[in-house]
Design a protein around this ligand. Structure first.
Ligand SMILES: [Zn+2]
Length: 227
């Protein structure tokens, strides 16, 4: 029977002591008098869970190569899920401009890296974004930022695609928005059906892209990259 990790004391990890302790609070086995620098961004509770996962899969979390792994994994997950701490309005703040341009604007091949919410395994690929302005445009560098806000969290590709389109629609009130995402899913490639080469394509068409097939086809022709 497993012990409840929440009931364990993490006190031994929260101090500013010299030693780099593992998630379980045990000191690493180093030569006498030797210490490892203690980073300031330790997350004892988070690291304890990673430590428990290492044990659960049959590893020894206290062997030398794994001593810093809970710390590294916690940091990696904070980065990969940074979208939770980003505010889309703040990201777009000051980047929307009045402009009379009313032709299609396309930015294609925006890399994205996300985690599927079913397995917490990566899915990654490219997004292609287009919009037709109606008096307002957005700084082009903001489009990859929008993608980051919604990709750096647990996702399904379908919802991520919609959220990117909705954010642009909301910020610009344009004549139309189109988003196509092409992703490879590790949960399909490494496990389960092990389909190594399949690419999932999702799309969201709003306004003119939904209503006008010529507009939609022009967009699809221009982004046809064959990822
Ligand atoms: Zn999955």
């Amino acid at each position: 029977m497993r012990s409840d990790p929440h009931s364990q004391s993490h006190d031994s990890n929260t101090g500013t002591g010299e030693g780099f302790t593992t998630g379980a609070g045990r000191a690493p086995k180093l030569d006498q008098g030797q210490t490892v620098a203690l980073p300031e961004d330790r997350e004892p509770a988070f690291e304890q869970h990673i430590h428990d996962i290492l044990s659960e899969i049959g590893e020894n979390p206290d062997r030398e190569g794994l001593l810093r792994t809970p710390y590294r994994v916690a940091k990696a997950y904070r980065f990969l899920t940074e979208g939770y701490t980003m505010d889309i309005d703040q990201v777009l703040n000051g980047a929307v401009f009045e402009e009379d341009y009313n032709e299609m604007v396309i930015v294609k091949d925006i890399d994205f890296y996300s985690l599927c919410e079913h397995h917490m395994l990566p899915f990654f690929g490219r997004c292609h974004i287009a919009y037709i302005p109606a008096g307002r445009i957005i700084g082009l560098s903001k489009l990859p930022r929008i993608v980051e806000v919604f990709s750096r969290r647990l996702q399904v590709q379908e919802r991520m695609t919609q959220q990117i389109a909705d954010a642009l629609q909301h910020a610009l009130q344009p004549l139309g928005v189109a988003v196509v995402c092409e992703g490879r899913h590790m949960c399909m490639m490494m496990r389960g059906v092990q389909k190594q080469n399949s690419v999932a394509t999702t799309s969201e068409m709003l306004g003119a892209f939904e209503a006008n097939s010529k507009t939609r086809e022009e967009f699809l022709r221009l982004i046809n990259t064959g990822f």
